[in-house]
Design a protein around this ligand. Structure first.
Ligand SMILES: [Mg+2]
Length: 269
């Protein structure tokens, strides 16, 4: 990390904290990557720093591919904002239930209804349903007869697409999705356009964070924002585009923790 550029970045972000938003990816940025995703958690010192930054800055939001309440459990700070399901849902400070994105809400009910019916009809085949915000997944890995399960899911997919839903086949999984685009970048744009921010930091380590970087560039170009800082988190697993698209890079979740600690130290109460 270049010291001069880091100092400049810190003074840019701390100059006007109430008009500054800090947007942070969770896994690989705040929470170290672990073998079993359910074991992920944000170290206590980082959690404390985030809570204090939340009191000083206009907005501190954690942005995750996981469901918003799962992201909040991992970060462990109830007073922050959480964007989950790759931008499909938002959990506000202190709220008990996430809000589904307006454009997605009517579709998300349909997605869930189709997935629930399929899981019920196909339970004898061992097909498992997983809710992921606006997306529902039907898994058939490891069931007694995978070919038979895949065949049954072909019918579900045909019915879902006749019903207007988008379908996506992954590895031994059928995903049912709203036909409306959503990603972290779209969610970041909505979040920033809904507030009065001049400066935004976004920190991320993965491909899905590049949509957020693009969103910040567009908000800067349109004049909605005055300054942005795209902080790339490098690791052996990070795609090389992250480094190329960033204004500044740090190494791993420790690098992010150090950066946020320094930001807190230079920010007024
Ligand atoms: Mg990540």
């Amino acid at each position: 990390m270049s010291e001069v550029r880091t100092d400049k970045a810190l003074s840019m972000l701390s100059a006007n904290p109430k008009q500054t938003a800090l947007l942070l990816d969770v896994d690989g940025t705040l929470a170290p990557i672990v073998n079993n995703p359910v074991d992920a958690s944000v170290p206590i010192e980082v959690r404390t720093t985030l809570i204090e930054l939340g009191r000083r800055f206009g907005l501190v939001a954690c942005i995750s591919g996981r469901q918003a309440d799962e992201a909040r459990r991992i970060v462990g700070a109830g007073g922050l904002t959480y964007i989950g399901g790759h931008g499909s849902e938002r959990l506000l400070p202190g709220a008990t239930e996430p809000e589904v994105d307006n454009a997605l809400a009517p579709w998300s009910e349909r997605v869930n209804a189709v997935a629930a019916a399929a899981a019920r009809d196909l339970s004898a085949l061992g097909i498992r349903r997983e809710d992921k915000g606006a997306v529902a997944a039907l898994h058939y890995r490891g069931v007694a007869d995978e070919d038979q399960a895949a065949e049954a899911l072909e019918l579900v997919a045909a019915r879902a697409s006749a019903d207007g839903l988008a379908i996506h086949w992954g590895r031994k999984v059928l995903e049912l999705r709203p036909p409306v685009p959503f990603n972290k970048g779209i969610a970041v744009t909505e979040l920033i356009e809904g507030g009065s921010f001049e400066t935004v930091l976004y920190a991320g380590d993965d491909r899905t964070d590049l949509d957020s970087f693009d969103a910040l560039d567009s908000l800067l170009e349109s004049g909605k924002l005055k300054q942005v800082l795209k902080l790339g988190v490098l690791s052996s697993e990070a795609p090389p585009e992250i480094g190329r698209a960033s204004d500044l890079v740090v190494t791993g979740t420790d690098g992010v923790a150090e950066f946020l600690g320094r930001l807190l130290a230079v920010s007024d109460k």
